[in-house]
Design a protein around this ligand. Structure first.
Ligand SMILES: [Zn+2]
Ligand SMILES: [Zn+2]
Length: 328
């Protein structure tokens, strides 16, 4: 099969021929149709997330059909379309797994990081972590739901019943979650890179009541904010934008250093927290909700062989919505 592989951090991916992967006990073999690109992929390529499996096939927003099934697979059948997310394996025994927090499992393995992912024609996955996908979504449009959507949904859930929400960074996750927020009659304030007029217009088209530069305060104090951009200096900025009792959620897996800030901007019961990974329950809830609203994803398609160009476009902020690799 053809695959784009990462041999070492800070090197471009290389197109290679690899042997077809074989599904082990409990795994399915999947013919990949599409794989969306996540900012986490950039953090792995850029060496900001350390110790990936090497060489590595990146990609953890995989849509494909099941080609073969190994022993120990008790749901799914050959020919069925599935989605594969970031969480690829948990131990089922540690104190996190046993308390409904498998996203924090001590022995978790992640697709496209510790396990080979979807920048390839075929992949294998533990069937217990695959999701069936609603037929109303074509392959390319379904792919960004699998991380941008469902880890974004986990971050969104941490904002409780906030009526006014700030989104810092208006990329794949934000363009999906704003649709859920509008459906629930919440008001979204979108913050983009300084001077990104196009990004701000995109946010308004999707229903933002206000859009502006990230270093500007919103016109009113917000109930909560989610920081999607991997930029540590946005933490004090967002704390200053939320009202008393407000929550600031850091949704990314990596962030540049957070500058020191005065206690008074955290005071009055403001909460600062991060979100890590996903549980299968997050996935099931979000993938059931998305077609009901319905959430539409705006995609920028690239062929598999142009994965490097797609990563560069994401890095330089040229993607509106989600970048998706078309594999077959
Ligand atoms: Zn565990
Ligand atoms: Zn991701």
């Amino acid at each position: 099969m053809r695959a784009m592989i990462l041999s070492a951090p800070r090197q471009p991916l290389r197109l290679v021929e690899l042997p077809m992967p074989k599904p082990n006990f409990g795994q399915v073999l999947i013919r990949v149709h599409a794989c969306a690109i996540c900012r986490t992929d950039l953090h792995i390529v850029d060496g900001e997330l350390t110790h990936p499996k090497l060489p590595l096939v990146l990609g953890h927003q995989i849509v494909g059909t099941i080609e073969a099934i190994a022993d120990g697979v008790d749901k799914f059948s050959v020919g069925q379309r599935v989605g594969v997310p970031w969480l690829g394996h948990t131990c089922d025994r540690c104190r996190y797994c046993l308390s409904g927090r498998e996203n924090l499992c001590d022995y978790a393995e992640f697709t496209g990081y510790n396990l080979d992912g979807g920048y390839a024609e075929y992949t294998v996955a533990d069937h217990r972590f695959c999701f069936p996908l609603d037929p109303s979504y074509p392959d390319l449009q379904a792919a960004p739901l699998l991380c941008g959507g469902l880890i974004g949904y986990r971050a969104y859930s941490m904002t409780g019943d906030a009526q006014t929400l700030g989104f810092y960074g208006f990329g794949s996750s934000a363009h999906i979650l704003i649709q859920l927020a509008c459906h629930q009659k919440r008001q979204v304030f979108a913050f983009t890179r300084s001077g990104d007029v196009q990004g701000q217009e995109f946010a308004r088209q999707l229903g933002a009541v206000w859009a502006g530069d990230s270093d500007v305060l919103p016109p009113e104090p917000l109930d909560a904010a989610i920081i999607f951009a991997p930029v540590g200096k946005l933490v004090p900025t967002a704390l200053r934008a939320v009202a008393k009792g407000g929550v600031v959620v850091c949704a990314g897996i990596h962030m540049s250093e957070i500058p020191a800030f005065p206690y008074e901007i955290l005071w009055e019961e403001r909460v600062l927290r991060s979100v890590a990974n996903l549980t299968r329950q997050d996935g099931e809830e979000f993938l059931a909700l998305a077609p009901q609203i319905p959430i539409h994803t705006e995609i920028n398609a690239f062929p598999l062989t142009q994965a490097n160009e797609a990563l560069d476009a994401l890095r330089s902020g040229k993607i509106e919505g989600s970048a998706v690799l078309v594999v077959d």
